[in-house]
Design a protein. Structure first.
Length: 428
C-alpha cells in the first residue's frame, strides 16, 4: 500500500471518531432506545459467535470451515444481522437493557452450506437448539446506552427500523486500534471495487456480449477501462458498523459508464457487434442513474485490544452473585388435543411455567449484600420489584426432553445471578 493511500485511509477511518461530539446526557427516551439497540448488537454478536463455534460433521467448526476473518465469514456475519428481536426488551432501572434475538436454524444452516459450497443436508445446527420442539437459534444480549454519540448519530439510531442494525460508531470499535480501523476500511474498499468490477463486467450489451467483452477486446480498451475504474471514488466515508465490520460503497454513474463503453467500442481491434444504440439502452435497462457495490472488511485480531476488568465494569463480587440458578418443570401431554405437534408445544409451555415458578422461589430466597432476602427487599422497594419481574423474564431455556415414554415433556431453565447483583446495588 502506498504512503499516500495509507494517509487517505487513515483520515477516512478516523474521521467518525474526531467528529463525534461528547454528549453529556441523553433524554430518558433516547437512553432507553440506545440501550436496547446496544443490547440487540450484543445479542446478534453472541448468536454469531455461537454459530461460528458450532461443530460440523467434518470435525471442524463453522469458523474454521469458512476461514477465520475471510469474506465468507463476513458474509455470514452480515446474514445474521437479520436475526429478529423477539418479545419486548427488558429494561432495568439502572439503564441496562436486555433483548433476545432469533433466527430459524434451518435457514442459517442452509446459508452456511451455501457459503461452504456443500449440500444443504450436509450442514445441521440442530445441536445448538435446546430441544426438538425448538426450531430457532437464539441468543440474549445486554447493554447500556453507549457514551459519546453525537446528536446526529442519536437521531439516526432512534429513527432506524426495528429490524435494521444501524451504524453506532464508536460502539463496537472502542477496543480496535487506529491501525485496525485503517486496515478494516482498506479491506472493505478493496472488496467494494472488486464487487463493482464484477457487476460492471457482467452487464449484458446484447444477446451474448457483455461489458467484459468490450473491456478485454484490445490492449488499448483494457487500459482505458482500467483507468476509468481506478478513477471511481468511494461513495462517502467508511461505515463502521457495531458488529465490527467496516463497509465501503463504490459507485459509478450510468451516464459515465455509457460514455466509457462507447470509447471502448471505438478501440476494438477486430470490430464488435455492440452498437452505440445498444449501449445507450443501458440507461433504460438498468433503471437507475448509478450502479453501486458494497465491500466489507474486519480488523485483524491483533489490532483488537483485550477487554480489561475495569472496562467491563468489573467489581469484587460476593459468592452468591457468581451463582447460576436452575429449575426443572414437567407436564403431561394433553389428552384433549389431537395434533401431536400442538400437544408437545402445550406441554413444553406448561413445563416452563412450573420451572419458572420454582425459579422465582429460589430467587426470593437469595440473601443480598445488605443481609435481606430478595423477597424482603421487593416488599419495600417498588423499583427493585419491577426490576425483579424484568429479571425473571430473562430466564433461558437450556434443555427440553420427553419423559415417561413420550407422554410428558421436561424443561430446564437457567438464570445467572450477576444481573440481580448489579441492580440490587442501585444508588450505591
Amino acid at each position: 500500500m502506498s504512503r499516500a493511500l495509507a494517509m487517505i485511509l487513515a483520515v477516512a477511518a478516523l474521521a467518525p471518531a474526531s467528529g463525534a461530539a461528547q454528549t453529556g446526557e441523553y433524554t430518558p427516551e433516547q437512553a432507553e432506545v440506545l440501550a436496547v439497540r446496544m443490547a440487540q448488537v450484543d445479542a446478534v454478536n453472541r448468536l454469531t459467535e455461537k454459530v461460528l463455534d458450532a461443530p460440523l460433521a467434518s470435525g471442524e467448526t463453522v469458523r474454521e470451515a469458512l476461514g477465520p476473518g475471510s469474506r465468507k465469514e463476513i458474509a455470514l456475519r452480515v446474514f445474521l444481522r437479520s436475526a429478529r428481536m423477539v418479545g419486548p426488551a427488558r429494561v432495568y432501572s439502572d439503564g441496562v437493557a436486555e433483548t433476545d434475538v432469533q433466527a430459524p436454524a434451518e435457514v442459517v444452516s442452509a446459508e452456511v452450506a451455501r457459503l461452504l459450497g456443500r449440500p444443504a443436508a450436509a450442514v445441521s445446527l440442530d445441536a445448538l437448539l435446546p430441544g426438538p420442539v425448538e426450531a430457532n437459534l437464539s441468543a440474549s444480549g445486554r447493554a447500556a446506552a453507549p457514551p459519546g454519540l453525537s446528536a446526529e448519530a442519536v437521531r439516526r439510531i432512534v429513527s432506524a427500523a426495528r429490524e435494521a442494525l444501524p451504524e453506532m460508531f464508536p460502539a463496537g470499535w472502542r477496543r480496535v486500534t487506529a491501525e485496525g480501523r485503517v486496515l478494516a476500511a482498506r479491506a472493505a474498499r478493496i472488496a467494494a471495487y472488486e464487487a463493482l468490477a464484477g457487476r460492471l463486467r457482467g452487464i449484458r450489451l446484447g444477446r451474448t456480449e457483455t461489458v467484459a467483452d468490450l473491456a478485454d477486446g484490445s490492449p488499448a480498451a483494457s487500459a482505458a477501462f482500467d483507468a476509468y475504474f481506478r478513477s471511481l471514488p468511494v461513495a462517502g466515508p467508511p461505515r463502521f458498523m457495531p458488529d465490527r465490520i467496516a463497509e465501503v460503497e463504490a459507485a459509478t454513474k450510468v451516464s459515465r459508464l455509457i460514455g466509457i463503453l462507447k470509447s471502448l467500442r471505438a478501440l476494438q481491434s477486430g470490430g464488435t457487434r455492440v452498437t452505440d444504440e445498444r449501449i445507450d439502452r443501458l440507461s433504460v435497462r438498468i433503471k437507475s442513474d448509478r450502479i453501486a457495490a458494497t465491500g466489507r472488511g474486519m480488523p485483524p485480531p491483533e489490532t483488537i485490544r483485550p477487554e480489561s476488568a475495569a472496562a467491563a465494569g468489573g467489581v469484587a463480587l460476593p459468592d452468591w452473585a457468581t451463582e447460576t440458578l436452575e429449575a426443572v418443570g414437567d407436564a403431561d401431554l394433553s389428552r384433549d388435543v389431537d395434533d401431536p405437534r400442538r400437544k408437545r408445544l402445550l406441554a413444553v409451555r406448561s413445563a416452563k411455567v412450573r420451572a419458572l415458578s420454582d425459579l422465582e422461589r429460589q430467587v426470593d430466597a437469595v440473601v443480598l449484600d445488605d443481609g435481606t432476602t430478595v423477597r424482603q427487599r421487593a416488599a419495600r422497594d417498588a423499583v427493585f420489584r419491577r426490576d425483579l419481574e424484568t429479571f425473571l423474564d430473562s430466564a433461558r431455556t437450556v434443555r427440553q426432553r420427553s419423559l415417561r415414554d413420550g407422554r410428558a415433556w421436561e424443561v430446564t431453565l437457567r438464570l445467572p445471578l450477576l444481573r440481580l447483583h448489579a441492580f440490587s446495588r442501585r444508588g450505591e
